[in-house]
Design a protein around this ligand. Structure first.
Ligand SMILES: [Zn+2]
Length: 294
């Protein structure tokens, strides 16, 4: 259920932020002291006085929502629609009546605040790579437009505006990850698979040579299918779940046509967050999204 009440009332939006932000108690954002007292209000937001450093702050201070003339309820709506419905920034900008620049800046702030996913792998794990068309949007205005979107044909490179993106599916935990990389080589693969507890992690891959060194390593048990030979699955050995997850990522990126490669990480982190809150009810999903930025 969409939390429409929050999007319609600034004080309910403020309540939601307050609940998420101070879930472990109120703390001064400047000196981290918990010796705080309520001290009037700042619009719809509670204001506090820190008895340690003697400065005031409010619910928004130090968050991505601070210093905005636009109501919090509108930003919460934007984040919700962005994550839930894959709404483009152009559309959002029209919906809430701000300039594209304002919308872009605020969503950028949101995506930048998201942490890299922690890969604690249990296994068996599928790993696969795709290449994304992502150039330097806005800095190469005179260049002819390139084809956009994810492509699996051919090997790309970060320098050549086709950065590799790895999809990893942990069949042990059910977690799925999408992680962009500078290059699709052995060291990147090792880095991605490093976080595992078991002595030997079972890894399913295709025949791409960057995965070959895993075979000589006791830490991994690698099995693979060779797509070039018309082989797509051999019992449990396949990367089909990776491929379907990659196609979801492709759809996620498509309304944001031409995400530049330096922003790709941020957009894919937002996609990761979207997957995490996919099954949560509206209000919980919104709280989770806000919490992820704190
Ligand atoms: Zn303080």
């Amino acid at each position: 259920m969409i939390p429409l009440d929050v999007f319609g009332s600034e004080s309910l939006a403020a309540d939601l932020l307050e609940q998420v932000r101070w879930r472990d108690g109120v703390e001064c954002p400047r000196c981290r002291s918990d010796r705080t007292v309520k001290n009037g209000s700042y619009g719809a937001f509670q204001r506090y006085l820190c008895k340690n450093c003697d400065r005031t702050f409010n619910d928004k201070t130090g968050t991505i929502f601070a210093h905005s003339k636009v109501a919090l309820r509108k930003w919460l709506f934007s984040i919700y629609a962005f994550l839930r419905f894959n709404t483009s920034l152009r559309q959002l900008q029209r919906e809430i009546g701000v300039t594209y620049k304002t919308m872009h800046r605020r969503v950028e702030r949101f995506t930048r605040a998201l942490d890299a996913p922690q890969l604690d792998l249990v296994g068996p794990v599928e790993i696969d790579e795709v290449y994304v068309s992502a150039g330097l949007k806005g800095r190469e205005r005179d260049q002819p437009s390139r084809s956009r979107g994810l492509s699996t044909r051919g090997r790309g490179s970060y320098e050549g505006d086709k950065p590799p993106v790895f999809t990893i599916v942990d069949r042990g935990t059910g977690q799925r990850y999408v992680v962009p990389a500078k290059s699709a080589d052995e060291s990147t693969v090792r880095l991605l698979l490093a976080g595992h507890e078991e002595e030997s992690l079972t890894v399913y891959t295709d025949g791409f040579r960057a995965y070959d060194p895993l075979e000589d390593d006791d830490e991994f048990h690698r099995e693979y299918v060779v797509h070039g030979d018309g082989e797509y699955a051999d019992g449990d050995v396949h990367v089909n779940t990776c491929e379907s997850h990659a196609s979801l990522a492709r759809r996620w990126l498509s309304p944001h046509r031409g995400v530049s490669k330096d922003k790709l990480t941020q957009y894919l982190r937002a996609f990761q967050l979207r997957s995490e809150l996919f099954r949560k009810p509206g209000r919980e999903a919104l709280k989770h999204a806000v919490e992820a930025t704190l």
